[in-house]
Write a protein that binds this ligand. Structure first.
Ligand code: SAM
Length: 541
């Protein structure tokens, strides 16, 4: 099989594993809720590589649909490759705007995307799906990269979105009027694509010229190109005409026996004169409840770029800030409608103006659904644009043209800053000690590989959650004196709650009990960074 190669690939292939976990700090003043929580809708401010890694303990395997719209690498977006990969070549790339003159621009883009896509894949449910907006600058590289990260067998489709409504006469060659949306499933066998609502127009194609009791129907072709061993025979029409066989190169779709069985059930249409090439009657009552989506989406169906800008203008009015690449809400709504259920989590790690959140909230209101969004944006406008759009649409924009927006869509969200990395050295120095919750999430997820839910924490006992194998405890405070003086003792072991009855996994700076007592209390002990122990020299051995 051909494989994708690019400069820096060897360095970024496992980079997502090396990215340290970072703290996640909810900011109440920027949130729209009385109880900021990582289990709310989220707007995370920070580079998505760090933010994704930090969110992993909470959301791995839980996101039904990732919708992303990364920089297209057009050469004039001003994006900069900034990942701190440890290599002189990559260090040289840092901080420089990637423009059209840059001979390594595709390499840089792939180096940026690869670790992020690998992390995003970790978030998807088994039946989850990722939809990526892209254009001709990177579509071919992205397809090869996706084949590598998600597997060629999980490719679902590349949709063409007609993004503009009129040609650009200034175009040097063709006036481009489409972008792509590339769709890959986490596991294609498990993924179910939804249907689009049936339209009046589609229903109007069904008629009832013979007043069939079963209602309106549409004629379906009886012949097809697929070879079929019982599909070549002559047909004598009820009107007397003899049809020698299917059209050249074609086969009847049904055997002769089946044809006459269908005829007896009045499911074959022979035309008014009963002498036409037979067609199968497809009844409206028997077709799927929705329409199978096609791969070309027109601006009439899902909006165009001007609609997207107008929507932002409608929300921000005089406070409008220039944002050049918003997507239309209808486009995101269609993706979400096809790829999620009413309680799914939708993630957008290149959030921009928060169109994904807008689509989720609008659909929740329309359907009484409870989908949630997880948004990540690195720029400072994470607060003033991304979160601000959400604040406005939740509360309502009285001057908006759209009725639903005037009233407000309702909902809550928590604004989160990506904090310090949880390097073991920082625990050692005691300078940037992570909060109890952050460290709990980190140790729980890294030790068990299972999702962490900080709502299970009991600070009195140090309990931080139950995994398939363990009840997990953490003896920790973000205080160097506490760390110096805290150890798991026999008394503490005796007082550990019964919990679920599973073995206990206890994280603590050190322990003052031997293997026999640990086993007696069914404890597996994990020392918090070994370096702390070495540096702090506990009072007793
Ligand atoms: C094309 S825009 C997305 C527009 C969005 N779909 C909308 O409708 O508004 C891409 C966004 O990704 C953000 N971005 C780029 N690199 C990022 C990174 N490493 N981490 C987080 N956000 C990033 C950019 O700042 C920009 O806002």
């Amino acid at each position: 099989m051909p494989s994708l190669n690019f400069k820096g690939k060897a360095l970024v292939q496992n980079f997502h594993l090396l990215v340290p976990f970072h703290e996640l700090k909810p900011v109440k003043a920027k949130s729209l809720t009385t109880k900021p929580s990582l289990h709310d809708n989220l707007v995370v401010h920070g580079d998505n590589l760090k933010a994704l890694k930090a969110l992993l303990p909470y959301y791995s395997g839980k996101v039904k649909c990732v919708c992303i719209d990364p920089p297209y690498n057009t050469g004039n977006e001003g994006w900069v490759y900034n990942d701190k990969v440890n290599s002189p070549m990559m260090q040289e790339w840092l901080g420089k705007v990637v423009d059209r003159e840059d001979l390594t621009r595709h390499d840089k883009w792939l180096c940026m995307m690869m670790p992020r896509l690998k992390l995003m894949r970790e978030f998807l449910t088994d039946d989850g799906v990722i939809c990526i907006s892209i254009d001709d600058n990177e579509v071919h590289w992205l397809r090869a990269l996706m084949d590598e990260v998600f597997g060629e067998e999980n490719f679902v489709a590349t949709i063409i979105w007609e993004k503009v409504y009129s040609p650009k006469s200034s175009a040097r060659f063709f006036s481009e009027n489409h972008d792509y949306i590339m769709v890959y499933a986490r596991r294609k066998e498990s993924f179910e694509l939804g249907l689009l609502p049936r339209t009046e127009e589609a229903n109007a194609r069904y008629e009832n010229p013979d007043n069939d009791k079963r209602g309106p129907w549409k004629p379906g072709d009886l012949s097809a190109r697929n070879p079929y061993s019982k599909g070549v025979y002559a047909i004598k029409c009820p009107g007397g005409r003899v049809i020698k066989g299917p059209p050249p190169g074609n086969y009847w779709r049904v055997s002769e026996e089946n044809l006459w069985r269908l005829h007896t059930d009045n499911r074959i249409w022979w035309g008014e004169d009963k002498n036409q090439v037979p067609a199968i009657k497809r009844f409206l009552t028997e077709v799927k409840q929705g329409l199978v989506p096609e791969t070309i989406w027109t601006y009439k169906e899902v909006g165009h770029t001007q609609d997207a800008k107008r929507s932002l203008l409608d929300i921000f009015g005089d406070d409008f800030q220039v944002f050049t690449t918003p997507k239309p809400v209808e486009l995101l709504k269609r993706i979400i409608r096809l790829c999620t259920e009413e309680d799914s989590i939708v993630m957008d790690a290149f959030a921009g103006s928060a169109t994904t959140a807008h689509a989720v909230l609008e659909m929740n209101k329309e359907e009484g659904a409870v989908r949630r969004f997880l948004l990540i944006e690195s720029e400072d406008y994470a607060d003033t644009l991304t979160a601000e759009r959400i604040r406005r649409i939740i509360k309502g924009v009285p001057k908006a043209k759209e009725k639903a927006l005037q009233m407000g869509l309702g909902g809550t969200f928590t604004f989160v800053e990506v904090g310090n990395p949880m390097h073991m050295e920082s625990l050692l120095k005691g300078s940037k000690l992570p909060s109890f919750e952050d460290l709990a999430g980190y140790v729980f997820y890294t030790a068990t590989g299972e999702d962490f839910d900080e709502r299970a924490i009991n600070r009195k006992t140090g309990f931080i959650g139950t995994s398939a194998q363990y009840d997990v405890y953490l003896l920790y405070e973000p205080d160097l004196e506490y760390l110096k003086n805290t150890a798991l003792t026999l008394d503490m072991a005796r007082e550990l709650p019964k919990g679920s009855g599973k073995r206990r996994l206890v994280f603590a700076p050190t322990k003052y009990l031997d293997a026999i007592h640990l086993e007696e209390h069914r404890i597996d002990f994990c020392q918090l960074p070994f370096e702390i122990y070495k540096a702090i020299k506990p009072k007793k051995a």
